[in-house]
Design a protein around this ligand. Structure first.
Ligand code: GLC
Length: 692
């Protein structure tokens, strides 16, 4: 059951697709208090209560014990003390206390979530503007709460199937020749690859929807050659539009008044990669239609996917802010700067980017037509950019799926694109953070997601990349991306490249299963990644386990996330078959009992656990998605009787998807110690099934 409560004058966010009527009665469970405009909702917490949700944020899957703030930020340090990352996913689920309760705070402005931080026994959620809708979701299980919530917010975005292939990226591929080298580097060594991202350097002077004539002289020909190699190019699009006379996107945006404005009505200017830039007012339908139509310039050249970036929006500075900072610094010229002066001077410049005052200095047009100060709708900016892109492509090529993933988001954007987890670092702790964000993002509707494998900032190490790929094998977005001036991070740069290649072979062998589970979750509003608490709510150890995740209906994963580890502790909430994987051809099948285990895992090895009584399909590996034969499947599992799996598949590109049309039942019959498998149109091998 979902109930809605309105406070103040809520701004339409587009998060919800079928809102129930607002309740007249007061909101139950929470105590309300006001302080100026801010409205706080407090809830006592019992000692063992868990709090799930909050999508993209630091720390644990259980969010209890810290204070988070929804205010999208270009935050390149995902350390434990960061309250905000790039996205606002204001869903909380209270579990394990005296109640089971989902709450969605639909508020596009700043919201703080003090979840047992100020007082360990109390959660206080504060909407800084006090204008919001609150949805209470009450069901009898965690899964049912998320399912009901997902129905409220509408279906998750579905990417093309090729987007489940391995993608190589780097901030710094500067020209066509470098992209061709990267592709050759993979193909020559038979390292699987389906896509290469084009970061900002493909553009002419960082201008959206332009291509540098000097460095990428013939993009259509390049795209065509790449398609011959079964590779898609995925260009980046940034939110800011360069201020430049004669640049048509800028000229048209100015002429039609499409950009965000300052209080006096003149266009707001902020600086990003190209320097001074304008920011399209994506809250407006006409602006979304205009910006969304621009993507066709690139799809017409053969591009099939994009990543939207800098859309919090990131602001390096405003001209006013920069001037003030320079003046401040100049006023200190000649001073003998000691403690106070020095730190003041440093903070003048370090606070110039993403300055809260700048977000209060410009305006957008809310869906009701009224002018609204940006900070009140800040968290919608990236979501609406993704919506512009998604709707633009739907209008341009309605029958085809396109790849979109965005850095910034709000719930609602999950209908138009995926997200990547932003600028992480080559830290082991960020491998674990990648794992922990997966279920939280899934709860909020973002199924197509993953982190920069190997880490974006800092120099990776080859064992970190190898272990991270072992997690990436399971994440729908599987992209290796690294920052400018960091160590080369393509697989073939490392001595352990053969191990890494073998890890990738598993991804392609698992593709029929991963795609099937992804699509079923997308089409039935379920989570592909779940904390163990979702499946074993009565098992306290399982509920407290945060470094293992349920994957699909049949599996559990438990990656190694510590340097020099040669194994790890795993808790099995029920008997499972461990598939200790080295490659698509080389693995051990080890039945294991419920309970605690230490599992030996050499550097090149990683486990996948399949619940007893279930099986998964495993294909022969391939070097690109289209080459995976999804009809020739080996079944892996541990059975003591008959079992079944419903395999979903489709053409991977058309937008007409249907669960009924895509499902093929696979049945295994076990008799006299023998297993026989059947499935229409499939060649199935049952000889690897472990029987007892
Ligand atoms: C931002 C993005 C990163 C990208 C860089 C350059 O930091 O998050 O992925 O490589 O900008 O475009």
């Amino acid at each position: 059951m979902i109930r809605r409560y309105d406070f103040g004058t809520p701004i339409e966010t587009g998060a919800v697709v079928s809102a129930p009527q607002p309740q007249a009665e007061p909101l139950p469970y929470f105590t309300l208090s006001r302080s100026d405009a801010a409205l706080s909702f407090s809830l006592p917490l019992s000692p063992d209560e868990f709090i799930f949700g909050l999508g993209e944020s630091v720390r644990g899957v259980n969010k209890r014990g810290y204070r988070y703030r929804s205010f999208n930020a270009d935050e390149s340090t995902h350390s434990e003390d960061r309250a905000s990352l790039y996205a606002s996913h204001n869903l909380l689920i209270f579990f394990g206390g005296t109640r089971l309760l989902g709450v969605f705070f639909d508020d596009p402005g700043a919201v703080t979530f003090d979840l047992g931080y100020t007082r360990a026994d109390e959660a206080v959620i504060t909407s800084e503007n006090g204008d919001l809708r609150v949805y209470l979701i009450e069901e009898d299980s965690l899964k049912a709460i998320v399912h009901a919530f997902r129905q409220l917010i509408g279906p998750s975005y579905i990417p093309p199937k090729w987007a489940f292939g391995y993608i190589q990226s780097r901030w710094g591929y500067k020209c066509e020749a470098e992209i061709r080298d990267v592709v050759r580097g993979h193909r020559e060594r038979h390292i699987p690859l389906d896509g290469v991202c084009m970061d900002i350097d493909y553009m002419d002077a960082f201008k959206d929807f332009t291509v540098s004539a000097e460095r990428f002289p013939d993009l259509p020909a390049l795209c065509e050659d790449m398609r011959g190699e079964h590779i898609r190019l995925i260009p980046i699009i940034d939110a800011g539009v360069k201020q430049e006379d004669g640049y048509d996107v800028c000229d048209e945006g100015l002429e039609k008044g499409y950009f965000c404005t300052k209080e006096d009505g003149s266009p707001f200017i902020g600086a990003v990669w190209p320097g001074r830039s304008f920011f399209p007012d994506f809250l407006r339908e006409d602006v979304r239609a205009w910006f969304g139509a621009q993507y066709a310039r690139l799809t017409d050249a053969g591009i099939e996917g994009f990543w939207n970036d800098m859309n919090e929006p990131a602001l390096f500075y405003t001209p006013e802010g920069l001037e003030a900072a320079i003046a401040e610094a100049e006023s200190m010229r000649g001073r003998n700067a000691g403690l106070d002066d020095f730190f003041h001077l440093r903070s003048v410049f370090s606070h110039i980017a993403g300055n809260p005052a700048d977000y209060r200095s410009f305006y957008q047009q809310a869906p009701d037509g009224l002018r609204v100060r940006h900070d009140r709708v800040h968290n919608l900016y990236g979501a609406m950019m993704t919506r512009a892109a998604g709707e633009g492509m739907q209008a341009h090529e309605p029958d085809r799926r396109h790849l979109f993933f965005s850095r910034s988001s709000y719930i609602g954007a999950h209908r138009y694109g995926g997200v990547w987890q932003g600028d992480n670092k080559s830290w082991w702790s960020h491998l674990l953070l990648n794992l922990k964000m997966m279920p939280s993002l899934n709860m909020c509707g973002f199924l197509y997601t993953g982190a920069d494998l190997g880490g974006f900032g800092c120099n990776t190490t080859e064992d970190l990349l190898l272990r991270w790929l072992q997690l990436g094998v399971f994440t729908p977005l599987m992209r290796n991306h690294a920052a400018l001036n960091t160590r080369d991070q393509e697989i073939y740069r490392f001595g352990m490249q053969e191990d890494m290649k073998r890890v990738l072979s598993v991804r392609y062998a698992l593709l029929p299963y991963l795609y099937s589970e992804f699509m079923k979750c997308a089409l039935t509003d379920e989570c592909m990644f779940r904390p163990l608490a979702f499946d074993y709510p009565q098992d306290n150890t399982a509920c407290r386990t945060e470094d293992q995740m349920m994957l699909g209906s049949e599996c559990m994963i438990a990656p190694v996330y510590e340097q020099n580890a040669r194994g790890r502790h795993v808790y099995l909430p029920e008997a499972m078959l461990m598939i200790r994987l080295r490659s698509a051809e080389d693995y051990d099948l080890i039945p294991m009992d419920r309970g605690h285990h230490f599992i030996d895992l050499a550097l090149g090895e990683f486990p996948l656990f399949v619940r007893r009584g279930c099986f998964i399909p495993f294909a022969r590996s391939a070097e690109w998605v289209e080459a995976v034969d999804g009809t020739n499947l080996t079944l892996l599992g541990w059975l003591s009787g008959d079992a079944a799996y419903a395999l979903y598949d489709d053409d991977g590109i058309s937008t007409q998807v249907s669960l009924e049309a895509g499902l093929t039942p696979i049945r295994v019959r076990v008799a006299d110690g023998q297993a026989a498998a059947s499935g229409e149109g499939l060649t199935l091998y049952a000889d690897k099934l472990v029987l007892d």
